[in-house]
Design a protein around this ligand. Structure first.
Ligand SMILES: *Cc1c(COP(=O)(O)O)cnc(C)c1O
Length: 427
């Protein structure tokens, strides 16, 4: 940690050029790195010394971005991945394998839900869903000796439930397992899960971190707080790795054992590597992250408040509104703002929701959230269109639901567009 505040670190981060070096983070578009002796390269392979050998494992441009995100989250190490999906997958596979199970909050991103319930099942990993409305005793019953981790999202996409991080960290730790938090919607600007007891943080950097809808990417950050050895159930970290000539990660890399293993073992074998050019673009997004989050949050709070007063609106879901069931949790975990994402029920059901969407002019219809440009999506006719109205209701996604991602344009322009579209939808 340095002594600068988080918004300064967004801009200047950890890349500090020396005399005569490029002011802007250079793009090292090279797959490989030159050494003068076979012995030097051998030491790299033995993990005896630090250095780059092949871009599937590490690259100077990617490394600078990883160090910046690690600084923003306050961890001991970070690893970028080719997508948010890859970050979630590797974060789990690093400590769970066939025969194990994981506990996940039930309100999570649809892509993660599919990964957990369909793909991980094929890998022999079972997922058990936790409903936060249940008591601690009920949640305790989900765990057994093969449980490896607890997973949740700071602000769930698209339900917008706010995670009680301290509670779930306490429950996970009581069972000797880490809490992994997907911090995509909050970003470290609004919430730093490590300060509330989370052990590992993941992100889809595709969303606010990039913020301009240019590059797909993900990242895993390790707090270094979880004691894998003491937990006694992570032999992949505390016993010799035969695929890496017997290295014991907890001995060789101490508190950075988890993130080192993820890189030298999983990234080596699975290869979901980010590219230097995409890391460069992600870094441009990170430079303005603090500034953008401030505007996303203030715009969204204004829009949510006005939506709640609008006669063509049935309901509004935004954790920053005082009548939200997550208002108290958002005061605790997201005191500076609750992101730019709102869900709204348009009066008149499916037809009115579609008419509302089709009447928007400034706000665009896209399959995306967390973009600088305001955008909207009707899940019932797009991402969830295979479901019947009954199934949609069971999934908590009514046919009237529209998800609005409030951008950083002038709030009066955004509101004027939403208002005129609601008027048309109500006719
Ligand atoms: C989008 C998203 C993901 C998946 O990220 P990709 O970069 O699209 O692979 C994971 N978690 C959350 C919360 C997301 O919003």
């Amino acid at each position: 940690m340095n002594h600068y505040s988080i918004d300064t670190n967004c801009v200047q981060g950890t890349y500090r050029p020396k005399n005569g070096e490029p002011r802007v983070l250079p793009i090292c578009q090279s797959t490989t790195y030159k050494y003068t002796s076979a012995e030097e390269l051998g030491d790299l392979f033995d993990l005896k010394v630090d250095g780059h050998m092949y871009t599937r494992i590490s690259n100077p441009t990617v490394d600078a971005v990883e160090k910046k995100i690690n600084l923003l989250e306050g961890g001991v190490g970070a690893m970028c991945t080719s997508s948010g999906q890859a970050a979630t997958l590797l974060a789990v596979l690093n400590i769970a394998s066939v025969g194990d199970n994981i506990v996940s909050l039930s309100a999570i991103y649809g892509g993660t839900l599919n990964l957990f319930t369909v793909r991980l099942k094929q890998f022999g990993i079972e997922v058990r869903f936790a409903n936060p409305a249940e008591t601690d005793a009920q949640l305790d019953a989900l765990f057994d000796e093969r449980t490896r981790l607890v997973f949740g999202e700071t602000i769930a996409n698209p339900a917008l439930d706010v995670l009680d991080i301290e509670r779930f960290a306490r429950i996970a730790h009581a069972h000797g397992v880490p809490l992994i938090v997907d911090n995509t919607f909050a970003t470290p600007i609004l919430c730093r899960p490590f300060t509330f007891g989370a052990d590992i943080v993941t992100h889809s950097t595709t969303k606010y971190m990039d913020g301009h809808a240019t590059v797909v990417g993900g990242v895993i950050v390790d707090s270094g707080h979880f004691d894998w050895k003491a937990a006694g159930k992570y032999p992949e970290l505390s016993k010799p790795d035969e695929s890496y000539h017997g290295v014991v990660y907890t001995d060789a890399f101490k508190e950075a054992a988890y993130i080192t293993k993820a890189r030298v073992q999983l990234m080596r074998d699975l290869g979901s590597t980010p590219q230097p050019l995409t890391a460069f673009l992600l870094n441009l997004g990170l430079e303005t992250l603090a500034l953008r989050m401030e505007r996303h949050c203030s715009n969204a709070l204004t829009i949510a408040g006005r939506l709640a007063q609008n006669p063509n609106v049935e309901w509004v879901n935004y954790p920053g509104l005082a009548d939200s069931p997550f208002y108290a949790l958002s005061k605790k975990y997201l005191p500076q703002g609750q992101s730019g994402v709102i869900s709204v029920g348009v009066k008149g059901g499916r037809n009115a929701a579609v008419k509302f969407l089709n009447s928007l002019e400034l706000v665009s219809i896209v399959v995306h959230v967390a973009d600088a440009r305001s955008c909207a999506l009707h899940p019932a006719s797009t991402t969830h269109r295979q479901l019947t109205d009954e199934q949609l209701l069971a999934a908590g996604i009514g046919p009237e639901l529209v998800r609005i991602s409030v951008g950083i344009e002038n709030v009066e322009d955004i509101w004027a567009d939403i208002q005129q579209a609601l008027e048309k939808a109500g006719r």
